[in-house]
Write a protein that binds this ligand. Structure first.
Ligand code: A2P
Length: 328
């Protein structure tokens, strides 16, 4: 199995390499691609040095690549994923370019792995905030039927790539931001991705639409507010959910305890709840502050945290690759 990483020098790209190494994915030939800016530079993988190649229209014809993990921005994915697919490669794409295409499965392996089988050469990795949310919500949806979701996110700067990270690092020294429209150090920006005509940001609409697609329910009532906060890594989310059915809180907690890829951290007596700093470098999603929403009939509040670069991007994509290798 020949595998390539496109955008290998980026924040997510480098983590692809780390996770592939950790999971000992069996690879024959390995290729790392980026733009002309970093072509020729070296990356270490499995104790070997690989030269970064410039991605071009012939890259997939020249090398027989079976699976390519893309994280090089939407433009690169739009242009190159179809070229890769035409050359017999399965692309697992971390950008938002293909996520809502009806021909493209949108997959979180703990939730809808069987959708992978429907791929026609491109599989989309969901938005980081959506991934961690649905890992917690899918088991509850199955058991109680979700009626409505209210998302509020607290998203780390690593989600905006190297540029986002640098803005916070430099901002803490008093320098002006280059990536974000305002200072992120000491601030919260209720603005992730572009604003749309309805007043929502694209990030908010991604959460709404992607949750519906992954949970196979196009009518789910969902609203979202997404906020960039001065945290280097690890997204936190407040999730308010209303169910169709009544629930017992202990049973609901058991349901979360037994869900794949999810760890319950909920011991308020000892100040235990999920934290971005603790979730960093972990592959699981963490849930806590599980409590009844007393303002509605069948509602709960959850606090959900995950490493947005790992489970929110690289790990999820590598899990999809693993599933393909093991099942197809
Ligand atoms: P490069 O290092 O050459 O700029 P991040 O989101 O962390 O900033 O990373 C973006 C990644 O996408 C980098 O690896 C970057 O490579 C890569 N990239 C950006 N534009 C292209 C392109 N046109 N072709 C291939 N890779 C690209």
């Amino acid at each position: 199995m020949n595998l390539a990483v496109v955008g290998a020098t980026g924040m997510v790209g480098r983590t692809f390499l780390k996770v592939l190494e950790e999971r000992q994915i069996p690879i024959d030939e390995f290729y790392v691609f980026a733009s002309s800016r970093s072509a020729g530079s070296k990356l270490r993988f499995n104790d070997k040095e690989y030269t970064v190649l410039e991605l071009n229209e012939n890259s997939f014809k020249e090398h027989k690549i079976d699976i390519a993990l893309f994280s090089a921005g939407g433009g690169t994915s739009l242009k190159y994923a179809p070229i890769a697919a035409k050359n017999g490669c399965i692309v697992i794409d971390n950008s938002s370019a293909w996520r809502m295409d009806p021909e493209v499965p949108l997959v979180v392996p703990e939730v809808n792995p069987q959708d992978i089988r429907k791929n026609k050469g491109i599989i989309a990795n969901p938005n980081c905030s959506t991934i961690q949310a649905v890992v917690a919500l899918a088991p509850l949806h199955k058991k109680y039927g979700i009626k409505r979701i209210v998302y509020t996110t607290f998203q780390a700067v690593s989600g905006a790539g190297m540029g986002g990270w640098t803005d916070l690092e430099e901002g803490l020294k008093g320098h002006e931001p280059k990536k974000f429209p305002h200072k992120i150090a000491g601030n919260c920006l209720p603005h992730i991705d572009i604003f749309l005509d309805n007043g929502y940001t694209k990030e908010e609409i991604k959460m709404v639409e992607e949750t519906r697609k992954i949970l196979h329910n196009s009518n789910l009532r969902i609203t979202a507010t997404t906020v960039r906060v001065p945290v280097f890594n690890g997204h936190s989310e407040s999730i308010n959910v209303e169910f169709n059915k009544e629930f017992d809180l202990n049973e609901l907690r058991d349901c979360l305890e037994n869900a794949p890829g999810l760890i319950v951290q909920d011991d308020i007596g000892n100040n235990v709840y999920p934290l971005a700093l603790n979730a960093t470098d972990k592959d699981e999603v963490f849930v806590g502050r599980i409590r009844r929403d007393e303002s509605v009939e069948n509602g709960i509040n959850l606090w959900v945290v995950a490493d947005n670069i790992r489970k929110g991007a690289a790990t999820n994509a590598v899990q999809i690759a693993q599933w393909i290798i093991e099942n197809m």
